[in-house]
Design a binder for this molecule. Structure first.
Ligand code: ACO
Ligand code: OAA
Length: 380
């Protein structure tokens, strides 16, 4: 009897040299480096280089990558118009997906699937996606877009393009840590989607567009938005117990909790939670402390009631709210980071490609004779 692995749970589908969760230390490594060490001392741009090239950049390589990223940030007029004209009723992930698809049609660089060509496309997306996301937030607030500032690093420039100002260094660093932590996580659903598309020898933009669609769902990246909706729904720390009783009785999934791979806690959560704590301490949001209390109370209550730990989306969701971003921007920010991991996997897939095509056990009707066409009683 064929064993069925629903959801591919526990199935090893390929090798990868990009990242792994070291279960003995509950540590996530990118190209061998623990992510907590990267989050403590490195920039997001350095991490992008590490994921793409396999090594941290030298000073010269970093300067070169930064210079190219800064130069590639502006959108062409048509891309800017697409952002401005798509209905405000659509989710910013739909805007991002649509603009990425458009950018693919405008990319006239070599499309031979070579490593060099894909690296150039990956860098262009890393540079332009923040410009799209920031312009989308501003138009929803009825504000004109702010052009990128090439004197600023990627994280600072994103704040500049969203708000016209760069916040305190603690806030920028918290944001950058979130980008480093979100950058890569092995064969998660969106990365696997990108690899499936790539395995047919389709192009990088098609793979990334599909990955955006996979990340949007609330069981994956969309959970960071859902976390903030949950906190708003509960409202006050004192209401956590009653809210959780009802949610569990209704068999609701508590967003930002649980994980397919980590069963004893997501290795990235302690780092992000510490960064969130520093953010709360400097936040000028009058509700910051109460929200942090509510956040901690829900985490404790879910663990006490269900033994389930939070995943990275749990601290990241509240952090993005306290940084001033609108909730529908949270998952697009995840994309701004994960574009590095997706594109590293696309390159890896192409280097030793095999078509990804699993099997399913058929449970439909047994083979049967077709009814005679045209007979009145031929329909079942
Ligand atoms: C960056 C990321 O993408 S991280 C993931 C973000 N997603 C979320 O936060 C959404 C909420 N979490 C979930 O839905 C799940 O934990 C997933 C989808 C992440 C992982 O799901 P799976 O590995 O398939 O685990 P599964 O859903 O089978 O959960 C196992 C058990 O724990 C329960 N459980 C898992 N997560 C939760 C949760 N968040 N709330 C309540 N119960 C949960 C399930 O109901 C199930 O219980 P049962 O055995 O009594 O039926
Ligand atoms: O690995 C997963 O299934 C989901 C996740 O945490 C991620 O993509 O960062």
């Amino acid at each position: 009897m064929t064993q069925i692995h629903r959801g591919l749970a526990g199935v090893v589908v390929d090798t990868t040299g990009i990242s792994t969760v070291v279960t003995e230390t509950n540590s996530l490594t990118y190209r061998g480096y623990p992510v907590q060490d990267l989050a403590a001392s490195r920039s997001f741009e350095e991490v992008a280089h590490l994921l793409w090239y396999g090594e941290l950049p030298t000073t010269t390589q970093l300067r070169e990558l930064e210079a190219r990223e800064r130069a590639l940030r502006p959108l062409d007029r048509a891309a800017a118009e697409i952002v401005a004209r798509l209905p405000a009723t659509c989710h910013p992930m739909d805007v991002l997906r649509t603009v990425i698809s458009y950018l693919g049609t405008q990319d006239l660089t070599e499309d031979d699937g070579s490593l060099a060509a894909n690296r150039a496309k990956s860098l262009a997306l890393l540079a332009r996606l923040p410009t799209v996301v920031a312009a989308d937030q501003r138009r929803r607030r009825r504000l004109d877009p702010i052009p990128p500032d090439p004197s600023l690093g990627l994280a600072e420039n994103f704040f500049h393009m969203c708000f016209g100002a760069v916040p305190a260094p603690e806030v920028v660093r918290c944001f950058e840590i979130s980008l480093i932590l979100y950058a890569e996580h092995s064969f998660n659903a969106s990365t696997f989607t990108a690899r499936v598309v790539t395995s047919t020898l389709s192009d990088l933009y098609s793979a990334v567009t599909a990955a955006v669609g996979a990340l949007k769902g609330p069981l994956h990246g969309g959970a960071n938005e859902a976390v903030m909706h949950t906190l708003n729904e509960i409202g006050e720390p004192e209401r956590v117990g009653a809210w959780l009783d009802r949610a569990l009785a209704e068999k609701r999934k508590i967003m930002g909790f649980g994980h397919r791979v980590y069963k004893h806690g997501d290795s990235r959560v302690p780092i992000m939670s510490q960064a969130l704590g520093r953010l709360v301490a400097v936040s000028d949001d009058p509700r910051a402390v109460r929200l942090a209390e509510l956040h901690a109370a829900l985490e404790k209550a879910v663990f006490d009631r269900k033994g389930i730990h939070p995943n990275l989306d749990y601290p990241a969701g509240l952090a993005y709210h306290l940084m001033g971003f609108d909730i529908p921007l949270f998952t697009p920010i995840f994309v701004m980071s994960r574009i590095t991991g997706w594109t590293a996997h696309i390159a890896e897939q192409l280097q030793a490609n095999v078509l990804i095509r699993p099997l399913g056990t058929y449970t439909g009707p047994a083979q049967r004779d077709l009814p005679v066409a045209g007979r009145a009683d031929s329909s079942p």
